[in-house]
Design a protein around this ligand. Structure first.
Ligand SMILES: [Zn+2]
Length: 414
């Protein structure tokens, strides 16, 4: 057993701070939490390891509900894995996973592009990485965002990974086949796209629609039969309406929600989560291809208004970066942007812990510091409720614990 003595727990379930606490872990779990005073029944002498963490703040391991851990940048050569040997690329991904965990992110939902091998290797203990929830590949119809074609109309047939199947599907038979194939490849969640996006090719904009309502219905029904939820990339226009009305589990981006204000009410009624991903648009507005910069700039203000509207109607909002075309390991930037766009620090912290755990249907085991839950703990200097940006600075992170294991915090390699 290990005891962590003296930290101030941020309790995201009661929106409070519990000062000077003792947390006892046994194996991968938290077994006891008590105030560090005479009333405590915890006998420190019985512990195998004791950590003096007095004065530090402890938060639950952080959760990013939308990442692309295997993506390195937006260049076509990189997207098609043609720019370096597969082995180099794989080691680079391994470093991203290791570094992301060291940044305090103990659970990540990967929204496409990461094959199940990394998850199996982490579970086997070959290296330390976050707990993973995988979408494997993005399902879209021909011409949708999952259909990656070059400017000349060519598709990539040079590098294929059978564990990352091409998920371009048209019509019922193809949808059923692909969905079952994705589950065979280890998909924990089904990712679809019903609109274009900021980074998609010219002609496939954020309000251009993709799957029809009957196709979305079929995907949701078959996913439910296979005990999977559907996360849906949708920015605006009829494609956004279709997936909300049909009742997907989470909306990724949702930037133009405010153009159809009734949609946030439907989201609240149906308990559909919103994953705004402010980080990616912050990046696109200054770093991407010219047509992408223009799109991102146009949608940023509207995105904020959509977010405010969703908050007003009590839509459950969770943190997701959509990282992968740019920096990795700075996932806490999203929490800072959630605050800049109108959340309190506690609300943002919940969006990156307990509400995110609910979105992943893992709130029984992660997302808050409670007896019986996984010992996923981040000890840091300073109070993120006063300044959420503290979480972005690695110098403030003193211990990252995942499943009760102390993760060595090494120098950043990426
Ligand atoms: Zn994404």
């Amino acid at each position: 057993m290990k005891a962590f003595v003296g930290a101030n727990i941020i309790d995201v379930k009661t929106d409070s701070v519990l000062p000077d606490q003792v947390i006892v872990t046994e194996g991968p779990s938290i077994v006891q939490i008590a105030a560090n005073d005479q009333s405590s029944t915890i006998n420190i002498q019985n512990m195998d390891e004791v950590y003096d963490v007095s004065g530090l703040t402890v938060i639950p391991g952080l959760i990013d509900c939308h990442d692309h851990l295997a993506s390195k940048n937006y260049e076509l050569m990189s997207r098609w894995n043609l720019d370096e040997p597969a082995s180099t690329n794989s080691i680079r991904t391994y470093k991203v996973l290791e570094d992301t965990l060291q940044s305090g992110y103990t659970t990540i939902r990967d929204a496409g592009g990461l094959d199940v091998g990394y998850k199996l290797a982490i579970e086997e203990g070959l290296f330390e990485g976050p707990r993973l929830v995988l979408a494997i590949s993005i399902m879209s119809q021909t011409g949708g965002i999952g259909d990656r074609v070059s400017g000349s109309g060519h598709t990539n047939t040079l590098v294929t990974n059978p564990m990352l199947p091409n998920a371009v599907v048209d019509g019922e038979d193809e949808i059923l086949h692909k969905l079952r194939e994705l589950v065979r490849c280890g998909a924990d969640v089904i990712k679809i796209a019903t609109t274009g996006g900021a980074s998609s090719r010219k002609g496939l904009g954020p309000r251009d629609t993709s799957f029809s309502s009957s196709e979305v219905r079929l995907i949701i029904d078959e996913s439910a039969r296979l005990n999977k939820k559907v996360m849906c990339h949708a920015l605006g226009g009829p494609g956004l309406r279709v997936c909300i009305e049909e009742g997907v589990h989470s909306i990724e981006h949702g930037c133009h929600l405010e153009e159809d204000p009734d949609l946030v009410k439907i989201m609240a009624d149906k308990n559909i989560f919103l994953v705004p991903t402010f980080t990616v648009y912050d990046y696109h507005k200054s770093h991407s291809a010219p047509h992408v910069q223009v799109r991102a700039q146009q949608l940023i203000d509207q995105h904020r208004r959509s977010f405010e509207l969703a908050m007003k109607h009590n839509v459950k909002i969770v943190a997701g970066t959509d990282a992968g075309g740019f920096i990795h390991g700075d996932n806490a930037h999203e929490l800072e942007l959630l605050v800049l766009n109108g959340m309190t620090a506690m609300e943002a912290l919940k969006a990156g812990t307990i509400t995110a755990a609910e979105c992943l249907e893992m709130d029984h085991c992660v997302g808050s510091i409670e007896e019986g839950k996984a010992a996923d703990l981040v000890f840091l200097e300073g109070d993120p409720l006063k300044d959420i940006s503290l979480l972005r600075d690695r110098n403030n992170l003193k211990h990252v614990i995942k499943d009760g294991k102390n993760i060595p915090l090494s120098k950043r390699m990426i």
